[in-house]
Design a protein around this ligand. Structure first.
Ligand SMILES: [Fe+2]
Ligand SMILES: [Fe+2]
Length: 191
């Protein structure tokens, strides 16, 4: 699917505010892709489609989660569903067969240990796109300009801190992703 075609579908699918957010993610993802040797085409398409299922009926998404064997998800915030279910619906409904794009969409909310650079680009772009405005976002943008993987860690810290302050349950994969990235970084550090 061409980017322009995906853009039209997303414009018709999402409310205006979320569509504007999506265009911001596309812009940032293209930039981060270029800086990190990631395919610009894959990054742009994954970014364009990343919130495809954001406004889908929750019980419908829960049904698909069970079909996919993602029963774990059902015990956590419904907000988590739109990432893995979005990946599946982009495949089923839009015929996107690229497994890398599927994975980048599926991982965009929680992250995943060892996620490849494309997934990191989408994960970080979603958090720092120009329309995002929350305390700490400027610092994340600066980190992302220098070191994408460090920006993944900083985004996870931000998310985990936010959830802790609200005393909300944290999906284990988010913690696992944090642990994996920090451990990997430590291995690469000269002590
Ligand atoms: Fe999302
Ligand atoms: Fe998003």
């Amino acid at each position: 699917m061409r980017l322009e075609e995906a853009k039209q579908i997303i414009e018709q699918t999402l409310p205006e505010k979320r569509y504007i957010h999506t265009l911001g993610v596309v812009e940032t993802a293209i930039q981060l892709a270029q800086q990190n040797g990631v395919s610009k085409e894959q990054a742009a398409l994954a970014a364009m489609l990343h919130d495809y299922a954001k406004y889908r009926n929750v019980s419908y998404m829960r049904t698909i989660a069970v079909e996919l064997g993602l029963d774990d998800l059902l015990m956590y915030d419904d907000e988590l569903l739109h990432a893995p279910i979005g990946a599946e619906l982009v495949k089923r409904e839009l015929g996107i067969e690229d497994a890398s794009i599927y994975q980048a969409i599926a991982n965009h909310t929680t992250g995943a240990p060892n996620m490849p650079l494309l997934d990191q680009v989408i994960f970080v772009a979603d958090a720092i796109e120009p329309n995002r405005n929350y305390p700490g976002v400027e610092q994340l943008r600066q980190i992302a300009q220098k070191d994408l993987t460090q920006a993944v860690i900083a985004t996870l810290v931000q998310t985990i801190e936010f959830l802790c302050k609200k005393q909300t349950v944290i999906f284990p994969l988010t913690i696992e992703t944090y642990n994996a990235f920090v451990a990997e970084k430590r291995k690469g550090t000269v002590l």
